[in-house]
Design a protein around this ligand. Structure first.
Ligand SMILES: [Zn+2]
Length: 397
């Protein structure tokens, strides 16, 4: 049984069907609370010190500007992904759009992706294997102590690490073969199931992944870790994981009580980040001044799906993209890959329609074999320079 499993029984009982998937999340709150509880005399907790605009939770650190230093962290015996930067940048762009939408520009963030992979001092077998918190600190401390993370003066700094490694050695995030069956590794690496929705779609996260995050008031910094299970394979909901750990917990936001489907709750198991939200009471606690949220942008209205959700071998699978017809002059493209390190192959659209104010483009995937896994991405490039991009994944089970 993972050490975090007993820390939040209410969360488990309120959503039992998903509880086993949430185990990477409660521990991040445990770590956060550990700091808050052991530092009771913080001046930063006084109302007097709190900034008038947006600020970190119960702390004086202004969030009007956030500067995120992003790293791709690779064990030294592992070959970096060729397209790591593109995958991470896509997730960071979506995270940035979501943050701007949800906080209506009252808090903004910039991010800088470290130009080269951060090669770890340890090989993949050399990481802490008994405790996921130690695993987290091993990675975070190494990146932080390298001095490579620089932040803009006056901005709240966050270090966000996308790890190429998981806490569990038994979790393969491309084939997701552990789903629903458990894994043949001893505790705490047993039962590393990924999550498959009742409709057959995969969602990110594993209780053995190790993703977590800390807002550290004394150090005035947020420290986020997204492990490989949360981002390398582009599942619907991966962007929710990146926001949840990379920004949400890093600025002090806890899980909502009671738990819900907001981005600080279970959003990653529901849909992509464009469909998620930050609870209004959480935003107000950060000093956000209430104003209407604009859901008319392309980010909020670019809907990519595949049908059927649960394909069987040799069954045709259709990918579709729908978006408002004011973007009709945009060029939509789709491509897919059959392995994490295999090249993407372009698909030709088989249908385009305009109806009810919506454009819809359809592509057809080639027949898939039993057990085959595919990641696909759909992009819309608009003449005005705007663009949208969504990556998904499916497996024939
Ligand atoms: Zn969490």
């Amino acid at each position: 049984m993972p050490p975090d499993e007993k820390i939040n029984p209410r969360m488990r009982s309120s959503k039992m069907k998903k509880s086993h998937l949430f185990l990477s999340r409660p521990i991040s709150v445990l770590v956060l609370l550990a700091f808050l509880i052991t530092l009771p005399c913080l001046e930063s907790m006084s109302d007097d010190g709190i900034a008038s605009g947006m600020h970190a939770l119960n702390a004086p650190d202004s969030l009007e500007k956030i500067d995120v230093a992003v790293f791709y962290y690779v064990p030294r015996d592992r070959e970096p992904l060729d397209d790591w930067r593109e995958r991470i940048d896509d997730l960071m762009v979506r995270t940035q759009k979501f943050h701007r939408r949800e906080f209506t520009g009252q808090s903004d963030f910039q991010y800088t992706i470290h130009p080269a992979p951060f090669i770890a001092s340890a090989a993949s077998s050399g990481f802490p294997q008994e405790d996921a918190n130690q695993f987290y600190w091993h990675i975070i401390n190494e990146v932080r102590q390298s001095g490579e993370a620089q932040s803009q003066a006056g901005a709240f700094p966050i270090i966000l690490v996308f790890s190429d490694h998981n806490f569990s050695p038994g979790y393969d995030d491309w084939t997701r073969e552990c789903d629903g069956k458990g894994c043949l590794f001893p505790a705490p690496h047993s039962d590393c199931a990924g999550y498959v929705r009742s409709n057959g779609e995969d969602r990110p996260g594993s209780r053995c992944g190790g993703a977590r995050s800390v807002f550290w008031p004394e150090e005035h910094i947020g420290l986020g870790l997204v492990t490989a299970d949360g981002w390398r394979v582009p599942l619907k909901g991966s962007d929710c994981v990146v926001y949840h750990e990379g920004i949400g917990h890093s600025i002090g936001l806890p899980h909502p009580e009671p738990i819900n489907n907001s981005v600080m709750g279970l959003a990653q198991y529901e849909d992509g980040l464009h469909k998620a939200w930050v609870d209004e009471d959480q935003k107000l606690e950060l000093g956000w001044k209430k104003e209407p949220i604009d859901h008319t942008d392309l980010f909020s209205n670019f809907i990519v799906e595949h049908e059927p959700h649960r394909p069987i071998a040799n069954q045709p699978v259709l990918i579709s993209a729908a978006y408002p017809d004011r973007f009709k002059d945009g060029v939509a493209t789709a491509e897919y890959q059959t392995g994490l390190r295999l090249p993407f192959q372009k698909l030709e659209p088989i249908a385009f329609s305009k109806k009810g104010g919506q454009c819809r483009v359809v592509w057809k995937l080639p027949p898939l074999d039993q057990g085959e896994c595919i990641a696909y991405r759909v992009r819309l490039q608009c003449p005005d320079g705007g663009s949208e991009s969504t990556w998904h994944y499916l497996k024939v089970r």
